[in-house]
Design a protein around this ligand. Structure first.
Ligand code: HEM
Length: 201
């Protein structure tokens, strides 16, 4: 059997499941509010109950997002020359002829995705609290709706791309989400700088 290496700790796997689960349910219920989708409302016993579920999922989502900071933030803020070169060749996604530079634990696309999740996760949560607690203030409601909806649009685009890249586009990657492990051989190929740093190369 192929030798495996741990890419995500159990802590990271569990928190990612909470982040992903809450985020997807928030997107589904948010979509149902936006377009008044009766059938989704009915699944939650009506729009009023769905609103309560949505609000508390938002609390779980932001707690999970804040907790994730110590997992990914430092990595997501560090870019070296190889990372900049990665942008120039678009990560090799547009052509197989380009040479993709050696990567660390996360590629710059994943790092930027994380930063986007942090920034828009904050704006969607803060505006969500505005909608929850300031219903009698028309100005707060107006800006909160605007910011909540713009942030929602970002998630609607970014999350499906992330899911596609973590599943169909990169076979084998999904396993990291489930048990945190990946084959050492794949890691040596995809993340040589990380593997060198932990002395497995
Ligand atoms: C069911 C849906 C999802 C799937 C299948 C999925 C899949 C994955 C996989 C396989 C990884 C590991 C990638 C690696 O280490 O190379 C990952 C990492 C990550 N995921 Fe997800 N994910 C999902 C939903 C989400 C959602 C909704 C969010 C945030 C709102 C999210 C945020 C992250 C972050 C921050 C990381 C670590 C850094 C990165 O890869 O950008 N994921 N995901």
């Amino acid at each position: 059997m192929a030798e495996m290496i741990r890419k995500s700790s159990v802590d990271e796997v569990v928190n990612h499941l909470i982040l992903a689960g809450t985020c997807i349910l928030l997107m589904i219920t948010g979509y149902a509010f936006l377009f008044h989708v009766e059938i989704i409302g009915a699944l939650f016993g009506g729009f009023n109950t769905m609103k309560t579920v949505h609000n508390w999922l938002g609390v779980a989502f932001i707690l999970s997002l804040l907790y994730s900071l110590h997992h990914y933030l430092i990595d997501a803020l560090e870019y070296d020359a190889d990372d900049l070169q990665w942008f120039k060749v678009a990560g090799g996604y547009l052509s197989h002829k380009v040479k993709v530079p050696p990567m660390g634990k996360y590629n710059p696309g994943q790092k930027l995705y994380y930063l986007a999740v942090v920034v828009f996760g904050m704006t969607i949560t803060i505006s969500g609290f505005g909608l929850w607690f300031f219903q009698s203030n028309a100005t707060v409601m107006l800006y909160s709706h605007l910011i909540h909806n713009i942030s929602f649009c970002v998630f609607v685009i970014a999350v499906p791309v992330h899911i596609y890249l973590g599943t169909l586009a990169n076979p084998g990657t999904f396993q990291i989400m489930v048990n945190g492990m990946m084959p050492l051989k794949d890691a040596q190929k995809k993340h040589p700088k990380w593997i060198k740093a932990i002395g497995k190369m």
